[in-house]
Design a protein around this ligand. Structure first.
Ligand code: GLY
Ligand code: MN
Ligand code: MN
Length: 434
C-alpha cells in the first residue's frame, strides 16, 4: 500500500481526536527462547497508520485547535544491527518516505515526550499497552502536572484503539485486495490438503502440505495457529495439537489460512479423509452448508450482526430437530439454549489486519452495529457431536463440521471473497479424488 493511504488515515484519525496527543507504539520483538525471537509481527493499529514493519518505532499525533503535528520515531541506522539483522529504514529514508512533519531517532523519544505533552489536555493511548513508551508518557504527564509555569496538563487518558478500530471496520479497495490475495493462496492450500489426504497420514503432515503452499507463494505467516482435526478432534474447537493419525472413514476439519501484507484470511473446510462422505456425514454436512448459505444470503447493509447470530442459531436449532438430536418447540429449545451444546460458538467475527479484527460490534448506544459496505466478516456455522455423547444417534457421534467463508458487505448485498474454495459435497469429493 502506498504512503498516501497511510497519511490519509493519520489525517482522518486527527479529525476524530479532540484536542490532545496520541501515541501509538510499534510492537516489541518477543523472545521465544534464550536469545532467539518469534518472527516479528507488527501491532496492527500501528501498521494501519504507518505501514512500517519495524519495532522500536512510535507515532505521535498532536492536535491543538486547528493546528496538528505528526511525528514518527524510528530506530536510526546502526552498523552492528544491520550486520546481524539487516538494514532498517533509518532516519534519512524515513524522512523521504513518510509524509509526516518530523522524523526522529527513537532514542530521542524519552527526552522529547515531556515537551510534546506540554499544555495538552488529552492523552490518547492504548490503555492496555504496558510498554515502556507509554509508561514514560504517563510519567511525563505526571511530571508536567508538578511543573511550575505549565498552565494546562493532561486531564484525561483516552483510548486511541477505539478510534482506530472504528476506522478499521470499513476496508478500502487496497485492503480487500490483500485479503483476496491471502485467500487465493489459502484456496490452493485447502485444495492441496483435499488432494493429498490419505488415511494413515498424521494431521501435521496435512498441515505441512498447506504450509508449503503458504510459504512457496510468499505468504510470510499463517494468520493463526492451524487446526487440522481428524475425526473426534474436530469437537475440540481450538484443537492445534495436529499430531494424531487420520483414520479411514473419518472426516477432517481444517481451519487454516495465511496472511498477506499482514491481512488475514480465515477458512474452514471439513472433508472425508478417504474422499467420500458417508450418508450420515453427508447428511450433517449438507445441513450445515445450507445454514451457512442462508446466513450469507441474509447479509446486506443495514442488517445487524446480532440479528444474524440469532438467525443462525434458529437455523442450527432446526437442523438439530431434523436430525432427531433435539425435540420440542424451537422457541423453547432456544430459550433453554439446548442447541448450544452442539453449536457453541458465534456465527462469525470481523476480519482484517487481525484474524479476529478487534473492531467494535456495537455503536455508541451499545446497539449491535448494522452492516455497511466495506465490512468483512467470517461466516462459520458448525455442529459438533462428541464421540462419547450418547444424546446423539451413534452414526453421528464423532462428527464435527464447520464451514467458514470470508464475506465482504457490498452496497447491494455481499460478496463471498472465498467463493473459489470447494464447498459442496460434489466439489469436495471431486477434488479429493483428483
Ligand atoms: N480460525 C479461528 C476462527 O475461525 O475464529
Ligand atoms: Mn473465524
Ligand atoms: Mn477459522
Amino acid at each position: 500500500m502506498n504512503e498516501i493511504h497511510f497519511s490519509q488515515r493519520r489525517a482522518q484519525l486527527l479529525d476524530l481526536m479532540e484536542e490532545g496527543v496520541a501515541i501509538v507504539a510499534s510492537a516489541s520483538a518477543k523472545t521465544r527462547s534464550n536469545d532467539t525471537e518469534y518472527p516479528y509481527r507488527q501491532n496492527s493499529d500501528f501498521y494501519y497508520l504507518c505501514g512500517l514493519n519495524e519495532d522500536n518505532a512510535v507515532l505521535i499525533l498532536s492536535k491543538s485547535g486547528e493546528s496538528t503535528k505528526t511525528l514518527l520515531f524510528v530506530q536510526a541506522h546502526n552498523a552492528e544491527h544491520a550486520l546481524w539483522n539487516g538494514e532498517r529504514i533509518g532516519l534519512e529514508r524515513a524522512r523521504e518516505h513518510f509524509s509526516v512533519d518530523e522524523v526522529h531517532d527513537s532514542a530521542e523519544y524519552s527526552g522529547m515526550i515531556k515537551e510534546l505533552l506540554r499544555e495538552h489536555i488529552n492523552l490518547y493511548i492504548d490503555l492496555h499497552d504496558e510498554s515502556l513508551i507509554l509508561t514514560e508518557a504517563k510519567g511525563a504527564a505526571r511530571a508536567l502536572r508538578e511543573t511550575r509555569g505549565v498552565k494546562r496538563h493532561i486531564r484525561a487518558i483516552c483510548d486511541i484503539t477505539h478510534l482506530i478500530r472504528t476506522m478499521r471496520l470499513i476496508k478500502s479497495d487496497e485492503e480487500i485486495a490483500h485479503i483476496t490475495k491471502a485467500l487465493k493462496i489459502t484456496a490452493e492450500a485447502h485444495h492441496t490438503a483435499m488432494q493429498k489426504c490419505r488415511a494413515g497420514m498424521r494431521e501435521y503432515q496435512l498441515q505441512a502440505h498447506m504450509s508449503y503452499i503458504f510459504l512457496n507463494n510468499g505468504a510470510a505467516a499463517e494468520a493463526y495457529g492451524a487446526i487440522v482435526a481428524g475425526g473426534n478432534n474436530a469437537n475440540t474447537l481450538h484443537y492445534v495439537d495436529n499430531r494424531d493419525e487420520l483414520c479411514e472413514g473419518d472426516l477432517v476439519l481444517i481451519d487454516a489460512a495465511c496472511e498477506w501484507e499482514l491481512y488475514a484470511s480465515d477458512i474452514t473446510r471439513t472433508f472425508p479423509i478417504n474422499g467420500k462422505f458417508t450418508d450420515a456425514q453427508k447428511d450433517v454436512y449438507e445441513k450445515v452448508l445450507d445454514v451457512q448459505l442462508r446466513v450469507i444470503n441474509a447479509i446486506k447493509p443495514g442488517v445487524k450482526r446480532d440479528w444474524l447470530q440469532v438467525y443462525s442459531e434458529e437455523l442450527l436449532c432446526d437442523v438439530l430437530i431434523e436430525l432427531g438430536i433435539l425435540s420440542g418447540e424451537r422457541s423453547f429449545l432456544m430459550e433453554a439454549k439446548a442447541h448450544k451444546k452442539y453449536a457453541p460458538h458465534g456465527i462469525g467475527h470481523w476480519m482484517g489486519l487481525d484474524v479476529h479484527d478487534p473492531c467494535p460490534y456495537v455503536d455508541e448506544a451499545g446497539e449491535s452495529l448494522a452492516f455497511r459496505a466495506g465490512m468483512v466478516m467470517t461466516i462459520e456455522p458448525g455442529l459438533y457431536f462428541r464421540a462419547d455423547d450418547e444424546s446423539v444417534e451413534e452414526k453421528y457421534r464423532g462428527i464435527g463440521i464447520r464451514i467458514e467463508d470470508n464475506i465482504l458487505v457490498t452496497e447491494s448485498g455481499y460478496e463471498n471473497l472465498s467463493f473459489m474454495i470447494a464447498k459442496t459435497v460434489d466439489e469436495i469429493e471431486t477434488i479429493c479424488q483428483s
